[in-house]
Design a protein around this ligand. Structure first.
Ligand SMILES: Nc1ncnc2c1ncn2[C@@H]1O[C@H](COP(=O)(O)OP(=O)(O)O)[C@@H](O)[C@H]1O
Ligand SMILES: [Mg+2]
Length: 506
């Protein structure tokens, strides 16, 4: 039984075809993964399914009948729900208010909060979402906000659930929780569409995959039923014969000077301790990885080093002012969307000297070529680029700036595997130029691959440090293989236990 059929769906923006002639179907009760590089057209297709965009041509069938959606309300009435790549929540509203918004149970135009509260609390319990419905959205972390989005769909009784890159913002523990929820959906007969860049997740959770490239379907296969393996999937996505290879991580042996020391740092925000007895030493020529569940002090470390936060006790010695940063929330802090791509490139040095439009263009063209940013013109708005390419613009700007310390927060979040391999290569190059790099990430693969030392942060404190030899040994021994997919979880599980505070401090 087919839940969804896309039949020759085409959608253009101006003369650019985001979807062209897309035909495939999604079985009822499958977990169906959609994959493809940044800008391949995945979100566009999901926006069509959710009634946000109308296709230029082609047919969409739901449960066997053709539909014409004029807005998301039409999709919702067909029991389709979507969690967007960027959440759509009102920060000043409570969980309860966000969930019932637009779905109020009312009698004579008075919202029946009591009834809604009961229903929502029952759903929270059933799916173990662990949310307080009176909390304001602005007080929740990303994973909790995502749960509110999920709650919205459940409250509307959605049968077809679309998740656009839900796991790129989650830590391993949270991903595990999310997968449990997906399993629950499956056991209830729901259909799940799941967009991700992480191939191991695909192998773990999907029944079927569809790969898009430049707006077209390039690959389709059932995961277990048809024996899809990781290398075949990787080839299908990158279009390369050999599987995607990681850049080699060879470190030069020169001991670098310590450029940053933080000792006994305590930091309170709104009377809550955010960092306590925090210690770190960062030297030139090394990558120090910080890993932890989001909200354990990672943002505060970055703010302190950047000098945005002065209200702390303890010792902070920074031997240089030249610090580059890729912030966590690149949309809010890393760029100015209304500026052109070129203007965003030169944001960092425009303050100090005059730069002509021609220079801006020249510099941005050079950099975008060097960093493989796919753009039509550096004069277009930054907003016109796909998320992964926007990330590359910020990355390129920060890496080419004159710097000694580079703080990278989730540098490859939401970036496709080609681009993320590229970004990793550039990070290693900078390290080998004797830059001091602080890598804050929730992607354990990335951290293990790149870090020379890895600190696990829990409740504002580094509770455990792993050195490179320990990571390497464990990683090589436990290297993920198709024959033995569980093997790798040794070191992963070890780090994971520290991340959630279940292992004793050393
Ligand atoms: N509203 C829009 N206006 C103009 N171009 C768009 C719009 N939405 C998407 N695009 C373009 O369509 C292409 C596909 O985007 P998208 O579907 O978001 O890709 P994906 O989700 O696979 O990364 C991108 O090149 C993007 O710039
Ligand atoms: Mg997308």
């Amino acid at each position: 039984m087919k839940a969804i059929e896309f039949n020759e769906i085409t959608k253009s923006f101006g003369d650019f075809y985001a979807n062209s002639g897309i035909t495939f179907s999604i079985n009822k009760n499958d977990v169906h993964c959609i994959l493809g590089e940044n800008g391949a057209g995945k979100t566009t297709l999901m926006n069509i399914l959710y009634g946000i965009h109308k296709p230029d041509s082609g047919k969409l069938l739901i449960n066997g009948s053709e539909v014409h959606f004029n807005s998301p309300l039409d999709a919702i009435s067909h029991k389709i729900g979507m969690v967007h790549q960027h959440f759509m929540l009102i920060e000043d509203f409570s969980v309860l208010e966000n969930v019932i918004l637009g779905n109020e149970i009312s009698e004579f135009d008075v919202i029946d909060f009591k009834k809604s509260r009961e229903i929502i609390n029952a759903l929270i319990k059933k799916y173990r979402l662990n949310l307080n419905i009176e909390c304001k959205i602005s007080d929740l972390n990303i994973s909790q906000q995502q749960k509110v989005e999920i709650l919205k769909l459940l409250y509307r009784n959605s049968d077809i659930l679309i998740f656009d890159e839900p796991t790129s913002v989650l830590s391993p523990v949270e991903i595990h929780e999310f997968f449990k929820i997906v399993d629950e959906f499956k056991s209830e007969g729901k259909t799940v569409i799941f967009i991700t860049h992480k191939l191991k997740e695909v192998m773990e959770i999907s029944d079927k995959v569809t790969v898009l490239s430049r707006g077209k379907v390039t690959f389709e296969k059932r995961t277990k039923d048809e024996g899809l393996d990781l290398s075949e999937l990787s080839r299908a996505i990158t279009g390369k014969e050999e599987t995607h290879s990681d850049p080699e991580n060879i470190k030069n042996d020169t001991e670098g000077e310590v450029v940053l020391t933080m000792k006994d740092i305590c930091l309170f925000k709104d009377k809550l301790p955010k960092l306590k007895d925090f210690e770190i030493r960062l030297s030139r020529g090394e990558i120090y990885g910080v890993c932890g569940v989001e909200g354990n002090g990672q943002n505060e470390i970055a703010d302190l080093i950047m000098g945005f936060e002065n209200n702390y006790s303890g010792e902070l010695i920074r031997l240089t002012k030249k610090v580059s940063i890729i912030p966590e929330d690149r949309n809010k802090k890393g760029m100015i969307k209304e500026y052109s791509i070129g203007e965003n490139f030169v944001l960092k040095f425009k303050r100090n000297r005059y730069v002509s439009d021609n220079q801006v263009r020249k510099i941005s063209e050079d950099v975008s070529q060097n960093f493989d940013v796919r753009l039509s013109s550096v004069d277009s708005d930054l907003d016109s680029l796909s998320g992964g390419n926007q990330q590359k613009v910020i990355f390129a700007r920060e890496l080419t700036a004159d710097n000694d310390i580079i703080i990278l927060m989730h540098p490859t979040r939401g970036v496709d595997i080609n681009a993320s391999g590229f970004i990793h290569k550039k990070i290693l190059e900078e390290r080998n130029k004797m830059k001091a790099i602080l890598l804050i990430s929730s992607d354990l693969d990335e951290l293990i691959k790149l870090s020379d030392r890895l600190g696990v942060i829990y409740n504002g404190k580094i509770v455990k440090e792993f050195d490179k030899s320990e990571l390497n040994r464990n990683y090589a021994e436990g290297q993920f293989s198709e024959k033995n997919p569980k093997n790798k979880f040794d070191i992963y599980e070890k780090i994971g236990m520290y991340m959630i505070g279940l292992a004793d401090e050393e």
